[in-house]
Design a protein around this ligand. Structure first.
Ligand code: FAD
Length: 388
């Protein structure tokens, strides 16, 4: 194991003698598994498909610390630091500034961006407010004449999420974690236990990090959680630009874009209704690439975009747009409901979840039992600047 990883403060052998089952080999489950194993727990990850089978293999990989409320600001900062230390140990991660903007005339978004920057600064996030001319000077590739206000943070970067998750799986295996792929599980209704095609296995702790499937999986064990999966889309294309920066989220145009090894990756908003994790359409909607492509070339006016591929995947919503992380009943834990920002916080949230299981404080604000599970709520945009 690389020294950069072993330098992490959590290593007190608190897991000795504990058997933990983690359901789901995405970024969140594998991070928790890695840190549990580093504390000498015996960890098995059960994955219905292969590593990064679902959202962690379909995400855009935009990562930033630009959160305007706690505990997200602290988690965002911790996550970026850990992505960077993981990168020194071989993980794919490229530091890149993140710019979020509101367009002229969009007064609600202008106010939200300004207010968010003030709040971030109070929380110690190194966010800077820029006007259009300052954006133009720093980032000549961008169209700026319609920008009313922008926020900028250097605490940001991007990754190939499938490759990063594979890297995490390798680190976890090197720490002794067993990853059982092609092994869908059901949960027992009574004790912490998993049921596979091979039979039932009792464990000391059960961790449900099954992404968009977490709700139905827990429901099978009699636990209701307040979460709804929803569908989002993204594309990758070649662009006729050299190296360019930054990553951009246009709050008025409802789209984001970032540099990518093939040119550019972009995505847009939320389908505001509940999707079926077993039956959602993984292909993009008709017209998606054209509509998003127009917004991309509007922001990068010198670029010709040649879309190579586009896809859809699932994110997960909660009533207050904060995640559900912690115990849902004795020795049974969940982490889901990340509102499109789960990958970027996974290094911090997975670590806190592991700590919670081993007797630490977890993340009290994300306690999943703050909801009964039968709340009715609307699916709302994840990257929006309103609350986080
Ligand atoms: C198009 C798109 C773009 C996104 N962009 C970003 C972004 O830029 N930044 C960001 O932070 N987030 C982004 N997200 C959100 C991000 O992908 C998720 O928040 C994150 O990947 C969630 O990770 P996870 O480990 O919780 O879940 P997942 O990665 O979904 O992992 C859950 C795993 O559980 C497995 N599983 C399910 N049921 C069972 C079962 N019964 N038995 C065994 N295994 C099971 C699944 O196969 C899956 O592999 C994006 C999502 C999409 C779809």
């Amino acid at each position: 194991m690389d020294e950069t990883l072993s330098a992490d403060p959590i290593r007190q052998n608190r897991g000795v003698g504990r058997e933990v089952a983690v359901v789901g080999a995405g970024a969140v489950g594998l991070t928790a598994a890695l840190f549990l194993a580093r504390e000498r727990a015996t960890v098995t990850v059960y994955e219905a498909g292969t590593v990064a089978n679902e959202s962690s293999g379909r995400a855009a990989g935009v990562c930033y610390d630009a959160f305007a409320a706690e505990p997200n600001a602290t988690l965002g900062r911790e996550a970026i630091e850990r992505f960077r230390s993981f990168a020194q140990a071989g993980a794919p991660f490229t530091s890149c500034p993140y710019l979020w903007l509101a367009q002229t005339g969009d007064e609600p978004k202008i106010d939200l961006v300004r207010d968010g920057i003030r709040r971030m600064q109070k929380l110690g996030v190194e966010a800077t407010e820029l006007d259009a001319s300052e954006v133009a000077e720093r980032f000549p590739a961008l169209r700026t004449d319609d920008i009313a206000v922008a926020g900028l943070t250097a605490g940001a970067g991007y990754t190939d999420t499938a490759a990063y998750t594979e890297w995490l799986a390798d680190q976890a295996r090197a720490e002794g974690v067993t990853i059982e792929e092609e092994t869908p599980v059901q949960l027992a209704t009574d004790s912490p236990a998993v049921e596979t095609g091979e039979g039932r296995r009792e464990v000391d702790d059960l961790v449900v990090t099954a992404g968009a499937h977490s709700k139905q999986l827990l429901a099978g064990a009699g636990v209701e959680i307040a979460m709804k999966p929803y569908r989002v889309q993204a594309l990758v294309g070649e662009v006729s630009l050299g190296d360019w920066e930054p990553m951009v989220y246009d709050t008025s145009g409802d789209c984001y874009l970032r540099p990518h090894s093939e040119g550019l990756l972009a995505g847009d908003g939320t389908e505001p209704w509940e999707a079926d994790p077993n039956g959602y359409d993984r292909a993009p909607n008709e017209g998606f690439s054209g509509s998003l492509g127009d917004r991309v070339t509007h922001r990068l006016p010198e670029c010709e975009l040649d879309v190579d591929r586009a896809w859809a995947g699932l994110c997960t919503a909660t009533p207050d747009r904060d995640p559900l992380v912690g115990a849902v009943r004795d020795r049974v834990y969940v982490a889901t409901g990340f509102q499109g920002q789960g990958f970027m916080r996974s290094p911090a949230i997975g670590r806190r979840l592991a700590d919670d299981i081993l007797g630490g404080d977890g993340i009290p604000a994300f306690d999943p039992t703050r909801f009964d599970g039968d709340e009715s709520f609307e699916v709302r945009e994840g990257m929006a600047v309103e609350s986080s």
